[in-house]
Ligand binder design. Structure first.
Ligand code: SF4
Ligand code: SF4
Length: 487
């Protein structure tokens, strides 16, 4: 009788030792309905990291939501030390940048206990306009017509030439421009929201919004900003400026408030959806324990449909460009006074249509063909009486809007509501199969590279990370892990 191990062996991969950051062998194991990344570093021993608590969804990501990868227009680095030490983008990467990040400053008017950029009032460095132009040019060289450029930081609205940066972006063929902001300036400065709104269409605010209670704000932002955030949203509603609410999720703080956040978002006219970002172990991470506090994408997904039953498991599907880290649900808003009514759309579209229906990217305003394809499918589904039980209301809504769906420009962006779950890899969860599909790329400050955000935070962001990179590169050259130096 052979001994039997208490798990299913799913696959082998390569990952990072979270101590020395050297690449090591790893396995993906399924045990008790959960999926673990199991690693063995020859220097530092074994690690076991939870990567999914939903085996069916894990398999859906890995076996169904697959697409041929779309490539960047050019590679900026060569394969020399091996992934993830050659970013980038190097020729081994498997996905272009759905979102390109332009970080314009390290300064921030907050100092959140959790900030993967380690920003704060004490940091004063800002990128010069020459640097910013070089970074933007790199984004355009790599992406051609970038789908989404997100201006970020630090707090980008504190950059002294913030509006000049927006103008520079507008001179380039960027389809959708976003400003990633904590909203303080929008809330506090008269006329600021109006000035931002003038950059529409194809312009959106990506507003940090973690929940509606003081406790959440204190825990995640170090101050009670509840009233400030509500004021910012009020102003964005007044000027009709497209906004996504972005919630950072931390276990024990706000993972129980996801439904409330989506409910609130649906009631705001300017809000086009919610992005949920579970914390990861990068930058300033005060009081967070990576094992105890880890929220996997699959857990966040489950909590969405538990807390916001309008969306069901069939509505929240993997985004195939990087399905380990991205999931989405689409709904159509009601018209006029019924704008808070959400009719889920994704459940009506079979995976093969989602996979074939157009571009391999997150869908924003510019991607109407895919939206139209989805809407047509919904129409077909209903008209052949295959709609779900009790969908009369949804049927009426959709049939009402379908004539304008055919004339796609009339199905405005303001009718779309989306929920996106966006997870990031850290030194614990990164594996080389997955990180090659990372589709959020950061422009390096010298304008020479585009680097996946996941590896940027580990190896490329600042001096400390660069020192770690040099150490592991020397270790790769020497064929072993070098001693871990204290910073
Ligand atoms: S993460 Fe991508 S760009 Fe970076 S080294 Fe690996 S394959 Fe190359
Ligand atoms: S998380 Fe955002 S708002 Fe908070 S310190 Fe960092 S950059 Fe500033």
């Amino acid at each position: 009788m052979h001994r039997v191990r208490p798990y299913l062996f799913y696959s082998a991969t390569r990952a990072l030792c979270s101590t020395c950051l050297m690449v090591c062998d790893a396995k993906e194991l399924i045990e008790d309905g959960k999926v673990y990344l199991w690693k063995r570093c020859l220097e530092h021993g074994q690690e076991r990291v939870l990567i999914s608590d939903d085996v069916d969804y894990f398999k859906l990501c890995r076996e169904v939501f697959l697409k041929p990868p779309e490539q960047v227009e050019r590679y900026n680095t060569q394969v020399e030390h091996g992934c993830p030490y050659d970013c980038g983008i190097c020729p081994d990467h498997e996905q272009h940048g759905c979102v390109s990040l332009l970080e314009v400053t390290d300064h921030c008017n907050l100092r959140c206990p959790l900030c993967f950029a380690s920003s704060g009032p004490e940091r004063h460095s800002v990128r010069s306009m020459d640097q910013i132009r070089a970074m933007l040019d790199r984004i355009v060289l790599n992406e051609g017509e970038p789908d989404v450029v997100q201006i970020s930081g630090g707090e980008p609205t504190t950059h002294p030439q913030f509006f000049e940066i927006l103008d520079e972006c507008r001179r380039r063929p960027i389809k959708h421009l976003m400003v990633n902001t904590n909203g303080l300036r929008i809330a506090r400065e008269d006329g600021f929201a109006e000035r931002l709104a003038a950059y529409q269409p194809g312009f959106e605010i990506y507003l940090q919004f973690d929940g509606l209670s003081e406790g959440v704000s204190q825990a995640l932002r170090g101050a009670d900003l509840t009233a400030t955030k509500l004021r910012a949203i009020e102003r964005l509603n007044e000027v009709g400026l497209s906004t996504t609410l972005v919630a950072t999720l931390k276990r024990g703080v706000n993972e129980g408030q996801i439904g409330e956040i989506i409910e609130f978002a649906a009631q705001q006219r300017a809000v086009r959806g919610v992005t949920l970002q579970p914390i990861h172990d990068s930058g300033r991470n005060e009081g967070a324990d990576p094992d105890r506090d880890r929220l996997t994408l699959s857990e966040v997904r489950r909590r969405v449909f538990e807390q916001f039953p309008t969306l069901t498991p069939a509505d929240i599907v993997p985004v195939p460009c990087h399905s380990d880290c991205l999931a989405m649900a689409y709904a159509i808003r009601g018209e006029g006074a019924d704008f808070t009514e959400l009719t889920p759309l994704t459940r009506h579209v079979p995976p093969e249509v989602l996979l074939d229906a157009g571009k391999n990217t997150i869908i924003y305003e510019g991607d109407k063909p895919l939206l139209g394809e989805m809407a047509k499918l919904v129409f077909n589904t209903f008209s052949t009486a295959h709609g779900p039980e009790g969908a009369t209301h949804a049927l009426r809504d959709l049939l009402c809007c379908l004539p304008s769906v055919d004339a796609l420009p009339n199905l405005g962006y303001d009718r779309v509501f989306r929920v996106v779950i966006m997870a990031f890899l850290d030194r614990h969860t990164l594996d080389l199969r997955s990180v090659r599909k990372s589709c959020v790329h950061v422009a390096s400050p010298d304008g020479k590279a585009m680097i996946p955000l996941d590896t940027y935070n580990i190896f490329y962001r600042g001096e400390e990370e660069r020192r770690a990179l040099e150490r592991v590169r020397r270790g790769v050259g020497a064929g072993r892990a070098l001693p871990v130096l204290s910073p």
